[in-house]
Design a protein. Structure first.
Lengths: 292, 292
């Protein structure tokens, strides 16, 4: 998905939020903001929004060093989500359709996103779960996903955020033979509150499924920035499940084998899908365009 | 008032809205946005937000020519406000405190602002009037303003937006001897939906009060960009009434003789005043700081 022009003020906002988080020094904040605006003025408009995000966070790291402004928040949300893990397992156990319930939980967890809005740190996870259980899918390719899950030999599950991966864990555990069939991928480097290997270890994902990191610092999946191991795993997979907006933006035209699970969290993506902000989506990737 | 860093994404949004209004050509839109972001990356952070606004609109004019994207909207709101003029006069006539009621009307009109949010074109003016009539002032220097109005010989009334100036007219007409004492100033060049001489003519302001233009294209009052006539009028005034955020930003430290009438329309200005968004404000300018 290419950038929309409305993405630019949103990234300016993100930069400022990140600048405020990484330093108290107004001169350094100013320096970050200036550099990010200059970069935004140069970024090709035919790239995905995730590309700007990656560039901005690279600039911040270059200016303030490789500190992780979201370190504590990620830890807090991993623990909040882990506290809900028994409750989520019970919801699945009591459900007439375990797989659908676990997919809904995975989507509910997608609300934990500090790229979209920092004010998210006040979100009430249990309330979100309850809402997401009964919400209709605004884009509904669920039955195709369930069929694909039956047939696939190599499933690549591309995670999005810390905290959210506990919700993903509940879904992954419902996939038959997940220890053999599923590879769970996290980011290669911290960026926003995206899940890294540390989060996978802290939330027990590594105990239930093979976890790899993608070698990249993009807040989505820009394949050319990923490690060879990840690229090979992506190629070998016959089914890819990708979480959240960043992964949709970067993989929506990657060959046709992806399913995207997400909440539409900003007006741009909502309009792109023809849905409302807050709607939940299970979207099968469109088949690749045939070259004529 | 100096810029806050949160002003930057807001100006990025404003640029995009303006780019969308002035051209359908995606390449030209891109060019505008790139140039505006580059300019925003260079603008000194100790300037007022209005300075960036002025620079951005200069860039747009340089790229697309001197067209006025808000021409039609200004006309629509002048006419909408004129339709309400008899109703507003009746409100004043029936009021136990004519001057306060007319001040409240002037502040109510400040909602017509397409710099803050373009979606404002759906605002219901009559509803805003009703709300503003009974709202408490969040900053209340009204009695000082009323005293100052009694004493002043030369009153300079600095307008903000088209449409809004009809509301200002109702207030100006309540100032005793306004034909002699009041000079009403509009912008020297179109910028956003700020009122220009055309709007003053279209709404009958020129029939009731001396109107001058300030010779400037800034969406506020940056004195060094104004004409000598305006600067002289400003110097000669013993009372200045300035409408809206842009005028507050640029004149809040201009010598101590201003009163600012505005609605707090964005979170930054609301926080600056320690009030809520939507609150109404009559603020006497702080006295100039003594040099020690």
């Amino acid at each position: 998905m290419k950038m929309y022009i409305e993405c630019i003020p949103c990234y300016a906002r993100q930069t400022i939020e990140a600048a405020v988080m990484v330093t108290d020094d107004p001169r350094l904040r100013e320096k970050i903001i200036r550099a990010a605006l200059r970069k935004a003025s140069e970024v090709p408009f035919d790239k995905t929004p995730t590309h700007i995000g990656m560039e901005i966070h690279r600039i911040i790291r270059k200016l303030v060093g490789d500190i992780d402004p979201y370190f504590e928040l990620k830890d807090i949300y991993n623990r909040k989500a882990l506290e809900l893990y028994p409750y989520m397992k019970k919801l699945v156990d009591q459900s007439p359709n375990r797989l659908e319930t676990s997919v809904r939980l995975a989507i509910a967890g997608n609300i934990i996103d500090f790229g979209i809005s920092h004010s998210n740190n006040e979100i009430k996870l249990k309330k979100i779960i309850t809402e997401t259980m009964k919400k209709p899918f605004a884009v509904n390719d669920l039955s195709e996903l369930i069929n694909a899950l039956e047939d696939a030999h190599h499933i690549l599950y591309i995670a999005d955020n810390a905290g959210e991966i506990v919700f993903d864990r509940v879904f992954v555990e419902e996939i038959p033979d997940h220890r053999v069939r599923v590879t769970f991928a996290v980011k290669g480097h911290h960026v926003l509150n995206d899940a890294t290997m540390k989060d996978a270890l802290d939330t027990g994902l590594t105990d239930v499924v093979r976890v790899i990191d993608n070698g990249s610092d993009a807040p989505g999946t820009i394949l050319e920035t990923c490690s060879k191991q990840f690229q090979d795993t992506f190629k070998a997979a016959d089914l890819v499940i990708a979480k959240g907006q960043g992964n949709y933006e970067t993989l929506s035209n990657s060959g046709g084998k992806c399913f995207f699970l997400l909440k539409a969290k900003c007006p741009v993506i909502a309009r792109h899908f023809g849905v409302e902000v807050g709607n939940i989506i299970v979207k099968k990737e469109d088949p690749p365009e045939k070259s004529s």
